[in-house]
Design a protein around this ligand. Structure first.
Ligand SMILES: Cc1cc2nc3c(=O)[nH]c(=O)nc-3n(C[C@H](O)[C@H](O)[C@H](O)COP(=O)(O)O)c2cc1C
Length: 190
């Protein structure tokens, strides 16, 4: 009881002092979320982007969400040497929107959304456009990141931006060979 009273008195004193100094007092939400909530959403056909996304979510202290295609991509679907494979057909038609089986619960709670994917034909797979168009991302910071066989982002942003035109877009980040320390310093630079 006495300890409680002492703590309350201390808290009131701290609040008064910080109010005088014009300092914002941290509340529980600030401490837990740095006053924002962050989501790492990713699509991965063969696991490489999944690994990158998992590490990013750990380092960023973010929630992790896998974008699951309604129809999983088979190895034959992913054959880029076959012009009639599913991925070749989808990527040749920028308006294709492969269906997604799941949704982010309560997207409204996130201020920052990292969106990860493999580079397909020098840009993001069109299932990422499907994902972006499922939500109201206006005013949120959207940060693409990718893995690839060596390509950079190319025109990725040009094809993603129209699917969330009112988001605050950050340049896509290449996650090939990123270690945790590099992820951390990149996050700090944002
Ligand atoms: C259909 C298809 C197209 C691809 N196009 C490219 C490309 O243009 N440039 C590149 O560097 N890698 C390309 N890749 C390789 C993937 O980007 C790379 O293997 C990626 O890390 C796979 O990620 P995932 O395991 O998360 O699916 C392509 C792969 C597939 C299946």
């Amino acid at each position: 009881m006495r300890i409680n009273r002492l703590l309350s008195t201390l808290m009131v004193a701290c609040l008064a002092l910080s109010a005088m100094a014009g300092v914002h007092v941290l509340n529980n939400d600030d401490v837990m979320n740095n006053n924002t909530k962050t989501l790492v959403a990713y699509f991965s056909a063969t696991g490489t982007t999944m690994e990158a996304a998992t590490r990013l979510a750990q380092v960023a202290g973010a929630d992790l969400h896998e974008i699951v295609p309604e129809k999983p991509y088979t190895p034959a679907d992913l054959n880029w040497q076959d012009k009639s494979s599913r991925s070749s057909v989808e990527m040749a038609d920028k308006s294709s929107r492969p269906a997604i089986a799941n949704r982010v619960e309560n997207m409204a709670q996130y201020d920052t959304v990292f969106v990860g994917f493999p580079i397909w034909w020098y840009i993001a797979p069109t299932i990422i456009n499907t994902f972006l168009e499922q939500y109201d991302l206006a005013g949120k910071t959207v940060i693409p990141f990718f893995t690839s066989g060596g390509s950079g982002a190319g025109e990725t942003l040009k094809y993603l931006r129209p699917s969330a035109p009112d988001a605050n877009w950050v340049a896509p980040k290449n996650f090939n060979y990123m270690n945790d320390a590099e992820i951390k310093s990149w996050l700090e630079s944002l």
